[in-house]
Design a protein around this ligand. Structure first.
Ligand code: B12
Length: 308
């Protein structure tokens, strides 16, 4: 084994197609953990009771995986351009927009397969051991780990900002009992400065203070995660032009000016999945993030988004 295992695994993650990756000891104390506890306590995550139920695991990775020695965090860009690059003004008129992360195929399946391949490669190289992938739905506070691994800083929008990729990224990783060594990167300094573009632009004032996102007000809660819930029709929550997800806090972020388009074809936009109206909502949503709200909900979500 030439290079230390951490550097080897990071190179392997890049070869799998991830845009960036880094290792960090699992014993790292997440200085963001109290923020998560506070967010749950204040009720900001109330629409997701599973956040409170899994709070201890989220604030302490080793509560769920006591054997973890190291963590690999991966970053995958999903940026595939802007709505106006894909549809001209006439085609966009009367349509409600879809958040960019939901334009193509669902990321969960193929990114998890990549992580499983990395897991196998690591255990082969290390001659055995334990290793658990995590991706979105697992009780791991991914932004906090990405920040701890020196992959970016948490912006005022709550998004992890990677200095080269901006905010348009998915996060995930592996926890393992294989020692991957120390984190070679320095922390990335918070570089929001005096900018408050995301707070000012949020259509539902869901970013109530810098770094504080109230999920009860975020459109994404009511048009993706809880699309059936009538609270999405409450005053102030309609007429914002977003049928599924919302990208406003990312669209206005100056760090996204230089974002490069992803080469991952599975994340490239599907016809009809960038914006749609009440009468032409997609019906072919299997294997895409639009399956989460579900095909029946889509026309209603478009109507809600386009309500005068
Ligand atoms: C629940 C959830 C949501 C909820 C609540 C969002 C929220 N901000 O809490 C809803 C449904 C609203 C949502 C929306 C979106 N989500 Co979401 N979501 C999650 C999930 C499952 C848990 C997040 C969580 O723990 N929230 C609780 C808060 C308190 O924790 P946090 O946001 O992670 O914040 C931590 C740090 O930011 C830090 N922190 C907080 N405040 C401060 C203050 C300072 C000063 C500092 C330095 C740090 C700091 O401490 C927190 C605790 O460690 C994660 C996946 C995961 N397992 O982590 C994805 C995840 C965060 N979501 C993701 C995405 C892509 C989105 C959307 C962009 C989707 C869209 N466009 O439609 C929006 C973005 C909205 C936003 N501005 O945050 C990505 C984010 C990637 C990135 N680059 O940041 C994740 C990581 C999924 C993934 N695997 O890729 N999401």
């Amino acid at each position: 084994m030439g290079a230390p295992l951490g550097a080897w695994l990071v190179a392997r993650a890049r070869a799998e197609g991830f845009d960036d990756a880094e290792v960090v000891p699992a014993s790292t104390q997440l200085d963001d953990a109290p923020r998560l506890v506070e967010a749950v306590g204040a009720g900001r995550l109330a629409p997701f009771p599973w956040m409170a139920e899994t709070l201890e695991q989220r604030t302490d990775l080793r509560r769920r995986l006591p054997w973890a020695v190291s963590v690999l965090v991966v970053v995958q860009s999903y940026f595939a351009g802007h709505h106006a690059d894909l549809l001209d003004a006439a085609a966009l008129a009367g349509k409600a927009k879809v958040s960019r992360y939901a334009w193509g195929g669902d990321y969960h399946g193929f990114l998890r397969r990549r992580l499983r391949r990395l897991r196998r490669a690591l255990l082969d190289e290390a001659g055995g051991g334990r290793c658990a992938p995590f991706l979105d739905v697992d009780a791991v506070c991914e932004r906090a780990w990405a920040k701890a691994a020196g992959l970016g800083f948490v912006g005022k929008s709550g998004m992890l900002i990677h200095r080269g990729l901006g905010t348009w990224t998915f996060l995930g990783g592996l926890a393992t009992d294989v020692n991957l060594g120390p984190c070679p990167r320095l922390p990335v300094a918070d570089a929001c400065g005096s900018c408050t573009a995301c707070l000012d632009a949020c259509p539902t004032q869901a970013i109530t203070a810098p770094h504080v996102v109230d999920a009860r007000r975020c459109l994404v809660t009511w048009n993706i995660e809880e699309a059936e819930d009538a609270r999405g029709d409450a005053p102030g929550m309609t007429g914002h032009g977003w049928a599924a997800g919302c990208d406003v806090c990312q669209e206005v972020c100056p760090w996204n000016r230089f974002a490069k388009r992803t080469t991952e074809a599975r994340l490239h936009p599907r016809a009809g999945h960038v914006a749609f109206g009440v009468d032409d909502a997609p019906t072919d949503v299997e294997g895409t993030p639009l399956a989460r709200p579900g095909v029946e909900a889509l026309p209603r979500l478009a109507a809600r988004a386009l309500k005068p």
